[in-house]
Write a protein that binds this ligand. Structure first.
Ligand SMILES: Cc1cc2nc3c(=O)[nH]c(=O)nc-3n(C[C@H](O)[C@H](O)[C@H](O)COP(=O)(O)OP(=O)(O)OC[C@H]3O[C@@H](n4cnc5c(N)ncnc54)[C@H](O)[C@@H]3O)c2cc1C
Length: 485
């Protein structure tokens, strides 16, 4: 009799870079003797939304952390590069694997790729199974009474909240894993060339600790601290009032079921107070992903078709876009946000709304330009949340801010950064300005600025647009698309 071949499963890891609450891994372990954790680098399969520069930095470190965690369980991360289907076939051939498990993704390109892989491998007799690791409620599970996808957040969340009790608890990480065959080759993570050649990433390294241990530390410190005052604290960009979990959630170093379970352990009622507000924000992540799933054209096209004819600015657009990207618009809260983004790969939510409103309304530049810049610079760049955030800010999306509600960045600064601490941190040129001027240095008399040692247009830019005039122009532009054809 031939020696019996151990049954082998491939676990195809993508944006589920963790061992705990990873149903693909757990199911593979339950069903097979040998489990092969594999990461295949195939960014072109996600085109045109392959990971940007900051996201690649994160991925490099997250894979490194995952490889160390797997090694600690006795296993090994197999890293490969190239087309996913042919790479999986090669691994199946090399190991005799009969099963392939993965956790689902929801972007149009990844859905198409995964469907093709599933169809092809099943036709070749491989047992393929996908699982849910990333969502509390997968996008197709909740529809309106009329059977339509939800387009407005409040009724969506009213539907979700009572169902939170039914979300299954997270499954624990396996204590040990069988070792993959030693002969099986794996690329070093460096070979994926994810880190920038010109090293601009020090700010990212100073801010983040990619990997599930870093995610867990952030979660614990949020639950023990900022969560109690989340409702107020989340609006103040100078404070550490939010969880900072977005990149960890995006890369699946931590899953939403784990976050929910941890909140449940921390408070009696997960629908009330700071905890309730925080869980509701997780709901925005779910809502954004279900919008992307049901409206897959929205990363490029406005959800509201009348915005296709919006008269965006045509003159000076490159110079204005560059000023916005570099944090040199002369509007302090905008510049502070854009510099925080460049330095740390993250920006506070309130400030994301302000800079997005400023780009699309005061500068009247297409929201797609802003979404693309965020895509390249955010460590948490996520096609669902980014698309939804930009369409919301531009007024063209579901549940969008009405177009005529144009944020006044000076008022936003005065309200949410009253002592100017956020602006001073990221725009140190304005350090000496008193609070009444720090959000609008142009309002000072020239002699006053002189005395403070600040020359507008030299030390710090003069505003690239007049806030009042650009607001009126934006409203006039909106009138044009409002009229029935
Ligand atoms: C123009 C614009 C672009 C954005 N792009 C992204 C993006 O690419 N990736 C991304 O994760 N978020 C994006 N957001 C949403 C939000 O700004 C971030 O999720 C949040 O700032 C992350 O910080 P945190 O983890 O401390 O959030 P917390 O306040 O601690 O919230 C907890 C979690 O809830 C989710 N969440 C919170 N607010 C939102 C929201 N408004 N929409 C969707 N999910 C939310 C995130 O997963 C977050 O980690 C965008 C918002 C705007 C206005």
């Amino acid at each position: 009799m031939p020696p019996s071949v151990p049954s082998t499963a491939i676990v195809w890891l993508r944006r589920d870079l963790r061992l705990a609450d990873n149903p693909a891994l757990t199911t593979a372990l339950e069903r097979c003797e040998r489990v092969l954790p594999v990461y295949i680098h195939a960014p072109d399969e996600e085109a045109p939304w392959q990971p940007g520069g900051a996201a690649r930095w994160w991925l490099h470190h997250s894979l490194t952390a995952l490889a160390a965690e797997l090694a600690a369980t006795g296993s090994r991360l197999i890293v490969a590069q190239g087309e996913s289907l042919s790479t999986l076939r090669r691994l199946i051939e090399a190991t005799g694997a009969g099963e392939c498990h993965w956790n689902r993704l929801y972007e149009p390109a990844t859905i198409a790729r995964d469907t093709a892989v599933k169809t092809a491998l099943r036709a070749e007799g491989i047992h393929c199974e996908s699982h849910n690791a990333a969502m509390l409620f997968e996008p197709w599970t909740l529809k309106t009474g009329a059977g339509e996808p939800y387009r407005v957040f409040s009724p969506y969340w009213r539907r979700c909240e009572p169902r939170l009790a039914q979300v299954p608890p997270p499954c624990p990480a396996p204590a040990s894993l069988p070792a993959p065959p030693t002969a099986l080759e794996s690329l070093p993570i460096d070979a994926l060339e994810l880190l920038p050649r010109i090293r601009w990433d020090q700010g990212l390294a100073d801010t983040w600790r990619p990997g599930s241990a870093g995610a867990d530390t952030r979660l614990r410190s949020f639950l023990d601290g900022a969560m109690q005052q989340y409702t107020q604290g989340r609006e103040l960009p100078a404070e550490a009032g939010t969880s900072g979990l977005s990149p960890h959630l995006h890369w699946g170093e931590l899953g939403p079921r784990q976050v929910l379970a941890a909140v449940r352990d921390a408070v009696a009622d997960i629908t009330a107070g700071g905890a309730g507000h925080f869980v509701r924000e997780l709901g925005w992540r779910e809502f954004s992903m279900q919008m992307l799933y049901h409206f897959p054209e929205t990363p490029m096209q406005p959800l509201d078709p009348k915005f296709a004819d919006f008269p965006w600015r045509r003159d000076d657009d490159d110079a204005l876009l560059t000023a916005w990207q570099q944090g040199r618009t002369g509007i302090p809260i905008v510049d502070a946000g854009m510099r925080q983004l460049w330095h740390s790969g993250w920006m506070h939510n309130r400030v994301r709304m302000v800079v997005a409103s400023f780009l699309t309304k005061n500068l009247r530049l297409p929201w797609q330009h802003g979404a693309r810049w965020f895509w390249d610079t955010l460590v948490d760049a996520d096609l669902g949340s980014n698309t939804q955030g930009w369409q919301w800010a531009a007024g063209s999306g579901a549940d969008a801010a009405p177009y005529f509600r144009i944020f006044n960045p000076v008022r936003q600064g005065e309200r949410f950064d009253a002592d100017g601490a956020y602006v001073r941190r990221w725009c140190p040129e304005l350090e000496a300005l008193p609070n009444k001027l720090v959000h609008q240095p142009w309002a000072a008399r020239p002699a006053e600025l002189d005395a403070l040692g600040v020359r507008l247009g030299d030390d710090y830019p003069a505003p690239v647009v007049d806030l009042k005039t650009s607001r009126e122009e934006a409203l006039a532009a909106f009138e044009q698309i409002k009229r029935p054809a």
